[in-house]
Structure formats: structure tokens, C-alpha cells
Design a protein around this ligand. Sequence first.
Ligand code: SF4
Ligand SMILES: [Zn+2]
Length: 366
Amino acid sequence: MSKPTPDVYEQGKGMDAHNQVMREIRSRKEASYDPHEPTRVWLDEDNTPGGVKTSLTIILNTGGCRWARAGGCTMCGYVAESVDGGSVSHEALMDQIDVCLAHEAENADEPADLIKIYTSGSFLDEREVGAETRKAIGETFADRERIVLESLPDFVDREKIADFAGHGIDTDIAIGLETATDRVRHDCVNKYFDFADFEDACAEAAAADAEAGDVADAGIKAYLLMKPPFLTESEAVADMISSIERCADVSGCHTVSMNPCNVQRYTMVDELYFNDGYRPPWLWSVAHVLEETADVDAIVVSDPVGHGSDRGPHNCTECDDLVQKAIKDFDLRQDPSVFEQVSCECELTWDTVMERERSFNQPLTR
Ligand code: SF4
Ligand SMILES: [Zn+2]
């Protein structure tokens, strides 16, 4: 039997239909980027197991995700921001880190407690970020409290985590699990790994945590995708609730970040959206999932990107900002009563969509 991996496209096996469509869509992009500049960098604050912290978020430009080059996930447009065709050298990656440190020095009073590094792929994949660079970045941030590193589960192992935890930095690995349901991850998201791989990565993080002893903590932050294409609103909500519950039950996974799907350029979701086949989730759905899962044994947060716009998670436009604000309040306080204070006439429409939308008639509203 064929096993889906990032290499399948070379062998003509596996999830070929989705990958073929995604390769064609992605090939329409024309931009190229400077390997000495990060894709993006910004300052913010975040809820962590150690409380609310100032954060510096870095999107490193590493040449992009190998899975995206194979075709990749149906909602992900990140490859459109990657360096064309290849890997980025150690020197160029360290230049990118320097640009980020300069940005922080200019815009913040003091160094952020929390560093988050995303790569539009896997920071722990040695073909994106080699061991030399990984160790140098560990040293650069040795004086910070906490670091979040993005990776697919295959590349997570305790030694790589030790390059950071060994300096006394609490280390979280952010994994784009998307959903705990393998069928939905494979067929709606077109992501190749299984929930069992996520559980293995959590076990590696738990082992790294034990090895680091009192010096540092290590754990997993799961990123879930609220409403991948091909699911109705109610199916998406049910899938998210069970996914959050299953992630919170895995030892080593302490935080779940639920990301409502938004419509990015050069993706299958964009094609569906353009042809009236996809609507991003309602913010009421996001609020409902957060309320329903408030008592799980993990921090659950959500940051609806592009909220209130047609291509992002939205309600009726009247109440979007209000519900978004309640979601952000919930992120910081984990108190579901914040949602009791928001209401709008469009809740009736949402109720109807939840009850009546079926795969063959979706989306029932825009
Ligand atoms: S979501 Fe992650 S794994 Fe999927 S194509 Fe994008 S970067 Fe690659
Ligand atoms: Zn409304």
C-alpha cells in the first residue's frame, strides 16, 4: 500500500489528485524573495503556561515547506512567500535573525520574554534549518524565557529540543496538526501524517521535558484548523470539539491553538471560494467551540486572522468586532462567560446554518 509522505509526488503515488491540483495552483505565483530578510516579524503578547508574556514572532524564510512543493495543504498559501526552489544558507538565516533583533530593539522597551519562530515549513527539518543554524539560534535566545518553534511531527526529537531547553529556555514545538481526525486531515486538508505521529512527537517533547529537569520545560502546542474545505459548518464544529478534547488528553500537549480557516491566494480553498463552494467559519462557531471545550486540561486559544472580512472568519459584519474581542478576552483569561455578553440577530442565521447546511448545499450563506 502506498504511504503518503512528502516524497510521494516523485513516485506518482499517494495523495496525487489533491497534490496535482495544488501544484498547478501554486505554480501561478511569480514572486521571489530576498533570503537575507525574514518573511515577517512583529511584536505582540501571548498566553503561555507561564502567564501572559511579551512576544517576538519571526517568520523565517527557509525556502518553504517540502510538502508544499509536493502540492501541499489545501488552505496554505505560505509557499507563495518562500525563496524559489531551494535552501537558505546559514549566513543568510542568521542575517534574518539579526533583522528581527534590530526590529525588536527599535520597537520594544526591553527584549521579549517569548520568541516564536515559524518557517512556513518545519524549523526542525534539517534541510530547512541545519544543525549549525539551529544551535546558533538556541544560543542567540539563551537569555529568553520561552521559545516556540514550528515543525511537522516527523522532525521532532528530544535532541533537537535540547538545543534550546539545554540553555534553560522553556521550549514549545508548534505542530500544525489541523485536526485529530485522520480522515479529515488527509482528505480535506491534504496533510500526509497521522494523529499517531503527533502522539509520537508529544512523547519526544515529554522525554525532552524530563531530561531538562528543573532547568526548562518542553511541550507541544497543537495548531488546529477550524473548518477545512468540504466540511459543513456543523461538521467543522463537531470535528474541532473532538479534536481539542483528544489533543488535551495527550501527555506533552499543553496548548491548543484553533485557527479559523481564511481564504489565502494560490490555494484550493481560494478556488472553491471563488466558485461559491466555500465560506470561512462563522465567529459564532469559534466562540461555541471555545465555550464547549473550556474545561479541557489544556490552554485553548484562537486568533481569527482576517476576522470580519469575506475571506476570513465572519458573522454579519455588525457584530464581528465584538465577537472577535470576546475571543481575544477568552484567550487571555480562559473564562467562557465572556461569550455571554455578546449577542446579535445573526445568531439565528448561524443556528439555521448549523442545523440545515449539508455537504451538497454548502455554503448555505455567504
Ligand atoms: S500548512 Fe504547513 S505542511 Fe501544509 S503546505 Fe503549508 S507549510 Fe506545508
Ligand atoms: Zn451579527
